[in-house]
Design a protein around this ligand. Structure first.
Ligand code: MCA
Ligand code: AMP
Length: 510
């Protein structure tokens, strides 16, 4: 933990820029280096452009673009302008965006150049006053052109460390997605804690292949690199071949479990390839003990698994120096209180018993955007946040996650709530009822499967997938659609998802 009160996120960036302006910050796949001073200049240009488009402190800035260096710098530019950053998965459809933009009411949207026309219509409909565009490379579009006309310096809006820095939307088990409100100090305290426990220094080079619209790639990876004055080998997406090619230039990698299983499937991923690395970190979904062991056998490295949530940033981590236990997410971070409680009575449970994981600390968000009742439901009276993950603490203090109290599927590190997919399926003509489950998948960990009762015999899998195209981002769409005469129900009439999961557990068996 930081010795003093955590700073605001932009001060953390400025401090590194001041101390090591010439140190590399972003390194592209072709080797081009952007030093901290260069990034600072580009950030100031973008912040000035945002201001020229009317962005004021406290306004939301929504960004729905492909990963690029410029896209990443919009995060820091929003901070410089005193705005609240709202990153959105580029896979979201217009329907999904309408909700997020309507709810967050941003002052400015940055979208892909190719989406300019439909986004203009949407912004008009929702009363969003300003729109900028950015191409996938981050070098074209009105944002790239406009920033070039702006001065490469400028003041930062005064920031309150307890003020809002970002809103990240998470889906819900029922109803509407919720915007998790994250303060500067939520983010900076977590970055400083991780810097210390993972021993990050200015010598580190992080292989960054994660998306930048989530906590993992944006906050855990980027904020930690900035807080350490380290560099990132910044790749547009994860590709095992590219990771193998660039790994000899890196010292650390962060990934979801799929990254590690895909690396193990790559013939070029050898002990020599990983010899210069000091640390591999995994999170966002369970890393199987088999992958952990196979990775260690191949490379000699024990992957360090940690556990977090959008609402809480990082909560636990396996030790840097002690034993990294396969199948466990390690110990609570310094400054984070973690307990296991009975989900119904909320009573803390004795060590070793399984219950819901609850956390409290400087990392935990302040609540959901404009949803005070929802926020109140998910906190205990003493300030602990109810994660919805089920787990226990073993006799050595390691936390183990054994399941989820929420009906949630995690595919390739992305969360999918069955209720949202079921609602979209039920709207399709010919679907009488639906149940959506997650089943084991060799590449993604879990995959989405829809089980349907249809009242139109002509309805088939292709028609169902086609009908979902405009409603749900592709990663939420089922990988298989199964038709059944009846859904299994219990005496209360509730669909028995556990029975469906076990009946179809081998659907994607390798
Ligand atoms: C892509 N597709 C997916 C996923 N990703 N389907 C299900 N689950 C996914 N995760 C679909 C595409 O729509 C496409 O469909 C097909 O799969 C191939 O797409 P492609 O882009 O080639 O996939 P990929 O590049 O191989 O991506 C898979 C991936 C990626 C590398 C696992 O999804 C990824 O980088 N995931 C990381 C997510 C992440 O950062 N999560 C952190 C959340 P089609 O071909 O049919 O059109 S933050 C968090 O959870 C907390 C805080 C924490 O603890 O970190
Ligand atoms: P998100 O809502 O995208 O922030 O996802 C957070 C969820 O991801 C957590 O509530 C957990 O269910 C899951 N998660 C994150 N890290 C791990 C991990 N190391 N092991 C198991 N589940 C994890």
């Amino acid at each position: 933990m930081a010795d003093t009160a955590p700073p605001d996120m932009f001060s953390l960036f400025l401090q590194t820029c001041r101390e090591t302006p010439d140190a590399p910050f972003l390194i592209a796949a072709d080797g081009t280096v952007t030093p901290y001073a260069g990034a600072q200049a580009r950030v100031a240009q973008i912040a000035n452009l945002f201001r020229a488009h009317g962005v004021k402190p406290g306004d939301r800035v929504a960004v729905h673009v492909e990963k690029s260096q410029t896209a990443l710098l919009t995060w820091l530019a929003a901070l410089q302008a005193g705005a609240v950053y709202l990153p959105l998965n580029p896979a979201y459809t217009t329907g999904e965006l309408r909700y997020f933009l309507g709810d967050a009411a941003p002052a400015l949207v940055v979208c892909r150049t190719a989406d300019a026309a439909p986004m203009q219509v949407l912004c008009h409909e929702l009363g969003v006053p300003a729109l900028l565009t950015l191409d996938p490379a981050g070098t074209g579009g009105t944002l790239a052109e406009g920033m070039a006309q702006q001065p490469a310096h400028g003041d930062a809006a005064p920031a309150d460390p307890e003020g809002l820095a970002a809103i990240l939307y998470t889906s819900g088990t029922t109803g509407r997605s919720k915007g998790a409100m994250l303060s500067h100090s939520n983010l900076s305290s977590n970055a400083l804690t991780l810097r210390s426990i993972w021993r990050f220094t200015a010598h580190d080079r992080l292989l960054h292949a994660l998306p930048i619209f989530h906590t993992h790639g944006l906050f855990v990876a980027t904020n930690l690199v900035i807080a350490s004055g380290a560099a990132m080998l910044f790749l547009p997406r994860f590709d095992a071949g590219e990771a193998v090619r660039l790994m000899p230039q890196a010292s650390v990698m962060m990934g979801v479990p799929t990254f590690y299983s895909r690396l193990l499937d790559h013939p070029g991923f050898t002990r020599e390839c990983a010899a210069g690395m000091r640390l591999f970190i995994s999170g966002s979904a369970p890393l199987s003990a088999e992958t952990h062991k196979a990775f260690r056998a191949r490379t000699g490295h024990a992957i360090l698994e940690r556990y977090g949530m959008t609402e809480t940033n990082m909560n636990t981590s396996n030790p840097h120096d002690g034993e990294r236990l396969p199948g466990s997410v390690g110990h609570p971070l310094p400054g984070v209180a973690l307990r296991i409680a009975d989900p119904e009575s909320a009573k803390p449970l004795p060590q070793g018993e399984i219950g819901v994981i609850e956390v409290r600390g400087p990392n935990v968000f302040s609540g959901y955007w404009q949803m005070p009742e929802k926020t109140a439901q998910e906190f205990r009276a003493d300030g602990f946040f109810i994660t919805g993950d089920m787990g226990f603490i073993d006799d050595r203090g390691y936390v183990h996650i054994v399941g989820r109290a929420r009906d949630l599927i995690i595919a390739g590190g992305l969360n999918i709530y069955p209720a949202e997919v079921e609602a979209a399926l039920d709207e399709i003509p010919g679907v009488a009822e639906s149940a959506v489950i997650g089943v084991p998948h060799p590449d993604l960990g879990e995959a989405v499967v829809a089980v349907l009762r249809a009242d139109d015999p002509a309805l088939d899998e292709a028609a169902v997938i086609a009908a979902l195209a405009d409603r749900l981002a592709r990663f939420k769409q089922p990988r298989a659609v199964l038709f059944v005469p009846e859904l299994p129900r219990n005496a209360m009439g509730k669909v028995q998802k556990a029975a469906l999961r076990s009946a179809h557990a081998a659907l994607f068996a390798a």
